[in-house]
Design a binder for this molecule. Sequence first.
Ligand code: GSH
Length: 292
Amino acid sequence: MTDAPYTPPKVWTWNKENGGRFASINRPTAGPTHEKALPVGKHPLQLYSLATPNGQKATIMLEELLAAGHRGAEYDAWLIKIGDGDQFSSGFVEVNPNSKIPALMDRSNPDKPIRVFESGSILLYLAEKFGAFIPTDTAGRAECLSWLFWQVGSGPYLGGGFGHFYAYAPTKIEYAIDRFAMEVKRQLDVLDRRLKDNDYIAGPDYTIADMAIWPWYGGLMKGALYGDSATFLDVASYKHVQRWAEQIGARPAVKRGRMVNRATGAPEEQLHERHDAGDFETRTQDKLAAAK
Ligand SMILES: N[C@@H](CCC(=O)N[C@@H](CS)C(=O)NCC(=O)O)C(=O)O
């Protein structure tokens, strides 16, 4: 890479040296890179994931379902190390041809397992399966789904756009950082105006729209994403988003959901795999290390 202005060639070719932070996993082709089956645990729901914001959406929902008494939501959560390329195994690609976490297999009917990929789709699938965290009236449901899909469409500007160029790109490009900082601030203002008059994103009730939006925009609020981005974007000025982020973050199921498949940070907050509700007490990384 040079500092000279870039003139795109007629046909793009893959230059492996240019990949920046994710060069080891990014590639211009899909499909498996190696043969390996996925593990299967004892519960009908099998989650293959990592505790990134997209991964947290699924584990927060599963923990919320269990907290609300839906015992059928018991699940096994398996760690997919995306930095090691686990998402390119043949088994993972069978569950998600897009090779990205989270991916869910519903084995309630072992003869006909159902695969679900895309975090927004996983939230909707579980909400419909258990009849929970989604309004039942037409207007409420439309509002909830509008915000769910708002997150699915808007999140990549925060992650792949702003986060990438602010924190990960090998050079700081003012044009790119400006463009995406402006968009993310606009999105925060959208949320702030909405949350000024509503307890939750979709209205009076806590729904899958909150579970989709919180890991990203709540994470940004508490400085958990992209270095010093909370200061850079002056997130403290979005008072209503701040209020909502704290309210959601205080929910016990959200705290548990954030721990599942977490492989970085404080050892007591890392539960690499989750197979049982008791794992939160006995199988976090600090407990496993102490037991050795
Ligand atoms: N639109 C997808 C995005 C999922 C996604 O980007 N997952 C990332 C981690 S947050 C991933 O698995 N990256 C691995 C890769 O790109 O190879 C969703 O919401 O599920």
